[in-house]
Design a protein around this ligand. Structure first.
Ligand code: SF4
Ligand code: SF4
Length: 156
């Protein structure tokens, strides 16, 4: 697979070893980033970098795979568990509103829930999946779903 080197400028310690080992000059670019067009993906810079700031990335990313239903169902099951956990955490927070651990767990569960939904194919608000889901919420008389449906047009 064809690849190119990417420099993480946040951890690059600017000792320039990559510039010395690069056979094509791709690592020496005015932007501070490696020139993907002249980089051959040989990896010499990555191996030389003492800060581990260089990673090889594929030039062409593989297409996203369609998820099997059993994977989606498993993601939903984990999400349901997180929702149940959140109900308990909300109850505990009513009793102890300043408890930092409960607050942190609640926040963490919300982030995990978002990731699970994204992984299950509900990433884009304008996707067909999301609209079907919002329509179910609308049928259950959830006003916010109705407002979102008006604002977000389907655009796969
Ligand atoms: S070798 Fe690594 S740390 Fe040094 S300049 Fe290159 S990327 Fe930055
Ligand atoms: S992978 Fe090779 S060609 Fe590309 S920047 Fe690093 S040393 Fe240069």
């Amino acid at each position: 697979m064809e690849s190119y080197a990417h420099r993480n400028l946040d951890i690059c310690s600017k000792d320039c070893l990559c510039l010395f080992v690069c056979p094509t000059g791709a690592a020496n670019n005015e932007t501070g980033q490696i020139d993907a067009n002249t980089c051959t993906g040989c990896g010499a810079c990555m191996n030389a970098c003492p800060a581990k700031a260089i990673t090889l990335l594929p030039k062409i990313m593989p297409k996203a795979q369609k998820k099997d239903n059993h994977v989606i169902n498993s993601l939903f099951k984990v999400a349901e568990n997180k929702i149940e956990e959140n109900k308990i955490l909300n109850y505990l927070l009513e009793k102890d509103p300043n408890n930092k651990l409960f607050k942190a767990l609640l926040h963490s569960n919300k982030v995990i829930l978002e990731d699970l939904m994204r992984e299950a194919g509900y990433m884009l608000p304008q996707s067909k999946n999301t609209h079907e889901f919002l329509n179910k919420l609308k049928e259950a008389k959830i006003k916010q779903a109705e407002i979102l449906l008006e604002k977000l047009k389907v655009n796969e």
